[in-house]
Design a protein around this ligand. Structure first.
Ligand code: ZN
Length: 500
């Protein structure tokens, strides 16, 4: 036992050092690296990737993992959880034939370019053959990895969110379909009357930066262990708890975009930064899962960031920076803008209420693609049909419909549902939090320290040392229940849109 533990820890230490370096380089590539460096960088990173592969597949390391897995009952909780995950990954590498891996790498090396071109040309046909190959690969991939417990699309769902299967997602999305589709129709019919004209005025980048820094401080993002920069698409990178970085993108004519990006990414960053120091040397020093991570970002973005009390507190500052543009804009008007509901085509631009319907549509299609009840050639037609059913508007361009997201071109099937699940987790956490603290009162304060502390204590500190289901139990005292999410949305938007 002692020997195997030592071997495992040695290899882990080496792997973590490589991962650390690779993420720092990755961050650099996304933010400040000069455009001409990538050929050379690719060469160097290729060597590093090979070294990593050698460590991951080293006989001694594999033997140690297998030994620890067989003796997992003797390990402490955190290490047991880690070893079970390591074993899962290891089996995966062993179950998929080498030739499949090589073929898929070739396929994925060009697929996102082909997708991007097809999207630009608004022509699904141009992507169809490639997507067909990807779907065929994914169906074979499922077959390689199927177990007694996990079959079909469940194999993919479990990769992105451990413990979530078709059964649970069906229950979740059926509830959303039943309650939210008719409610969204009501909200859209009702509409809201307010001035939007100021929203598309020009807002200087340096002013937007000031606002972003302000909100970063309100949310208590630790500047000693994190920085904020610009990139094309906002994201968060964590290199362990000591160094967490976020990016935003400034659009001069969309001032709300950078505000909600910074709040969203700070939510991710707080999670990464507040994992317990005890987990620093392990593989558990990050978020527990995709949906758990998204639950934190969306908790800050939507539940805090679009809350009436929170905005009332901070609107005067926003107004003081954008003096000219917001001079005649009342708080009520601003609040309505921030929470406006629209039937829109693009998922990433969707509002809080309609967002899960965009995700539900993708889930339905993925499920059918993976079990073979629809084929790639039918996908565009099926997309447009479902879209009309959920939103009541007709998709006219593939770039606004089936071609809008990058995910499928990279083979990421099973990823989308975690986006909606994250929002739903967040609402369940809110419900539990309200039993311990006066949430609305906290939002009237200078910063969100007390709210942060609750999330750290109930979720962040555990990092990835527990499964999402265990974390849900610890934080809320019950299993995942999507009703909290539906209640939250209907309650909030009934008030904003004065619906009985
Ligand atoms: Zn996110």
């Amino acid at each position: 036992m002692e020997k195997n533990l030592n071997i495992y820890k040695q290899y882990r230490k080496r792997l973590k050092a490589y991962y650390y370096m690779m993420s720092v380089v990755g961050w650099d590539s996304e933010t400040v690296a000069p455009i001409g460096c990538f050929e050379e960088r690719g060469k160097q990173m290729g060597v590093i990737a090979e070294e990593v592969y050698k460590i991951q597949t080293d006989k001694d390391f594999i033997e140690a993992i297998n030994f620890l897995y067989d003796h997992r009952d003797e390990l402490d909780d955190a290490l047991r959880h880690e070893i079970v995950n390591q074993k899962k990954e290891l089996d995966k590498t062993l179950k998929i034939p080498m030739q499949e891996i090589i073929d898929s790498q070739i396929l994925f090396s060009s697929s996102s370019n082909i997708w991007a071109q097809a999207k630009k040309d608004n022509d699904f046909k141009k992507f169809e053959d490639t997507l067909e190959k990807i779907v065929q690969f994914k169906r074979r991939y499922i077959k390689y990895l199927e177990t007694d417990e996990l079959k079909g699309y469940n194999v993919l769902l479990d990769e992105f969110e451990e413990g979530m299967s078709i059964k649970e997602y069906d229950q979740f999305f059926n509830l959303l379909r039943e309650k939210l589709v008719p409610f969204v129709k009501k909200v859209l019919e009702k509409g809201n009357d307010f001035n939007k004209e100021f929203a598309s005025k020009k807002y200087k980048v340096e002013d937007q930066k000031k606002i972003c820094e302000y909100f970063r401080d309100v949310l208590c993002f630790d500047k000693n262990h994190g920085i904020m920069m610009e990139s094309e698409h906002p994201f968060t990178s964590g290199f362990g708890q000591s160094d967490v970085r976020i990016t935003v993108h400034y659009y001069e004519k969309e001032f709300l975009s950078s505000i909600y990006s910074v709040i969203h990414e700070t939510g991710h960053a707080l999670y990464e930064a507040n994992v317990s120091d005890e987990l620093s040397d392990t593989f558990a020093n990050g978020g527990a899962s995709m949906a758990m991570h998204e639950s934190q970002s969306r908790f800050y973005e939507n539940i805090i960031g679009r809350d009436e009390n929170f905005l009332k507190k901070h609107y005067p500052y926003i107004k003081s920076v954008y003096k000219k543009n917001l001079k005649d804009v009342s708080f009520e008007n601003f609040y309505k803008l921030v929470n406006k509901v629209e039937a829109s085509f693009i998922r990433t631009e969707a509002d809080e209420l309609t967002y899960p319907l965009h995700v539900m549509l993708r889930y339905e299609l993925e499920k059918k693609l993976m079990d073979g009840s629809i084929e790639v050639k039918d996908l565009e037609k099926e997309w447009n049909k479902l879209f009309y059913e959920y939103f009541g508007i007709k998709v006219k361009k593939a770039s606004q419909g089936v071609l809008q997201d990058v995910h499928w071109s990279g083979g990421s099937f099973g990823y989308f549902p975690t986006y909606a699940l994250g929002s739903a987790y967040a609402c369940q956490f809110l419900n539990a939090m309200k039993k311990d603290i006066d949430f609305e009162e906290e939002l009237k304060k200078e910063n969100t320290l007390v709210i942060n502390e609750w999330l750290i204590e109930k979720i962040h500190k555990y990092g990835a040392s527990k499964s999402p289901k265990e974390l849900m139990m610890i934080a809320s005292g019950e299993e995942f229940n999507p009703q909290y999410y539906v209640d939250y949305l209907i309650d909030k938007y009934s008030k904003i849109y004065s619906i009985e």
